[in-house]
Design a protein. Sequence first.
Length: 282
Amino acid sequence: MMSLPVALLILTALTAVRGAIWASRTAGLRTLGEVLDSVILAFALVFLVLRPFVVQSYYIPSSSMHPTLWEGDHILVDKCVYRFHPPRHGDVVVFRAPLAAASDEREFIKRVIGLPGDMIEVQEGYVTVGAPPFCHIFTRNEIRECLGERVRFDPLNDTPEEQPPLRLTTDALWLGQQRVEPAEFAKLAGRPGEPVAIHPGRVLRNGEMLMEGYVAEDAQYHMESQIVPPGHLFVMGDNRNLSDDSHIWGPLPMSRIVGRADLVFWPIAHGKRITSCGLDSD
């Protein structure tokens, strides 16, 4: 994105060209000067008023917000909204990354999960096969090993990027787009006919599970409960397992927020409002 010094340099150059044109007595050049006046005004309005204080475009560089936002999406960020009220649960925010996340403090985009005072916990999902006390708990890695032959990938040698994403729902297991019924998983696990219970990963806020229909897959990690300190937010990417967010580097100081992401405007096929669906707004 264009920095303020670069914008000022360009504006100075345009103004100098405009002065030279108006100093000329050539009619054609004077017409060009009138056009340049409009260009300078529009440029100054966008880069010296709107962009620093009101609204800014932002380019999505990574997959951390799938499926809400995709690489290459261009969004509009409202830089004024938090002058009138603080961030709310579910807001998607752009912020200057803390040093623990990126030494160059580049801008990140994540969703607000916790506000000051909230207690946040992440629990990893698992599957149990069999009836107590003889049931076996299958971790994520064990689940992938069982499903490897079914979906034709190597769970031991393929990199995480080469493996289809694993998602657990209460009634089925999903590997990529392929649905595996509980009874079928019992067979793949070598325990046909035994009962299967699926426990999806979940995010808890103040002891209550969040209903998050927008996430790419449930979390494949565990995080002990922590309380969001005053003046901070707990932020997470919608693509939970491929996101550099608060579960890694901790709560985000509110002072680093650039603004709220409100709209995808390009490409046109992706155009939409960015909402807090799935999270309650206060």
